[in-house]
Design a protein around this ligand. Structure first.
Ligand SMILES: *Cc1c(COP(=O)(O)O)cnc(C)c1O
Ligand code: SF4
Length: 360
């Protein structure tokens, strides 16, 4: 391995060399007018920063302004158009923040936000009010969160999120996991991370051995398009799964990026093949500046209907809408009931045939 390769394969190098300025970005591709405008507005106000790792950039077709990876991380003018229905905090997380950076929405699990930083920033991020801008959680906040969890044995699972929790270094992760595992009521530790997409080389042998020491650990990856899955990503997923760490995937349904059944089918098949089973497909939350990403709900359901039955059930995630305002997630399914009377309901199968099922 020459030294350039060994740098590339170092996740810290990837972060240090991430693109954060318009001028550097311009040396890699020619920007469209709407991107120029989006970047100009962003440079004049506080907001979700521009950041793209060299790894993620390398997966883009730099000649294509509609590249599905590019659209996710480069701001466009429409991101800054005001909207009446969009929200700063679409999931009402601040209302459910019981101590700083700990969100307790559901009875048996908590969401612990350990950092506001990510390897690259997604323009549709549901937490774009805070991600990449701080305040960055401090150690003293963590102590309070742990105390809160310790006092409530009904909490069985800690979901470690952010930002991207796998940006913490090994030492901090080891300390975090040890202190969570010291709480005997906690059964499951789950990480929400996009590192497998943006810098898969983060999955080092050292990291895997830390995670292994604190099993059961689940990793929830975040892939939205098959083009995001590089050879290094495949290796990283295999390394996790071969070591007994479960990998599940969540995706966000995004207009002009993955809003076609054929793209999702390819993505989900690939993920199942890699043993990162599709868990959730999210309807895009109504965060500020996400109109250009949101697929109409009826269309989302039509896409799910197209997948159902046509691809293996192993490949199909649950389709989730997180109710605006913080009322929690609901799972929506295309309705197969086409008619009903006192005796029967009529059900439509995936290939369009309708038949009756008796009600008694
Ligand atoms: C999404 C979410 C969870 C996890 O929900 P699951 O359905 O278990 O995946 C937990 N807490 C909060 C606040 C969430 O938004
Ligand atoms: S990686 Fe996750 S937390 Fe970070 S910007 Fe993207 S969606 Fe938001």
């Amino acid at each position: 391995m020459n030294s350039e390769e060994s740098c590339w394969n170092d996740w810290v190098w990837q972060l240090r060399h991430a693109i954060r300025s318009i001028n550097v970005l311009k040396t890699t591709m020619s920007l469209s007018d709407t991107e120029e405008e989006g970047l100009r507005v962003l440079s004049e106000k506080a907001g979700l920063p521009l950041q793209i790792t060299p790894h993620f950039l390398s997966l883009m077709d730099l000649t294509n302004p509609h590249d599905p990876l590019r659209l996710q991380v480069i701001p466009r003018a429409a991101e800054f158009e005001p909207s009446q229905i969009e929200r700063r905090d679409p999931l009402g997380e601040e209302d459910h923040e019981v101590v700083p950076h700990l969100v307790h929405r559901y009875p048996d699990r908590v969401l612990l936000l350990v950092t506001d930083r990510c390897a690259s920033y997604c323009r549709f991020c549901t937490r774009k009010r805070w991600v990449g801008q701080g305040p960055t959680p401090k150690l003293e906040h963590l102590e309070k969160a742990l105390a809160y969890i310790r006092e409530r044995p009904e909490i069985k699972e800690v979901i470690i999120s952010g930002g991207d929790p796998l940006l913490l270094n090994d030492e901090r992760l080891e300390a975090l996991l040890s202190s969570i595992r010291a709480i005997s009521s906690i059964e499951i530790i789950r990480f929400d991370t996009r590192i497998l997409t943006f810098a898969p080389m983060r999955i080092t042998n050292e990291l895997v051995s830390i995670l292994k020491r604190h099993q059961p650990v689940y990793i929830i990856s975040h892939f939205n398009h098959p083009q995001e899955i590089a050879a290094a990503t495949e290796k990283a997923i295999a390394k996790l799964v071969d070591n007994g760490i479960m990998v599940l995937n969540q995706s966000v349904l995004l207009k002009n990026i993955n809003d076609r059944a054929v793209i999702l089918a390819t993505l989900f098949r690939k993920l199942t093949y890699l043993r990162a089973r599709p868990y959730y497909l999210h309807q895009c939350d109504v965060a500020f500046g996400t109109k250009m990403f949101r697929v109409p709900l009826e269309k989302s359901l039509a896409i799910m209907k197209e997948l159902q039955g046509n691809v293996s059930g192993l490949n199909i995630p649950r389709f989730i809408v997180d109710i605006p305002g913080g009322f929690g997630k609901v799972s929506l399914v295309p309705d197969p009931i086409v008619a009903r009377n006192e005796k029967f309901i009529s059900l439509q199968g995936f290939d369009g045939e309708v038949a009756e099922y008796p009600l008694d």
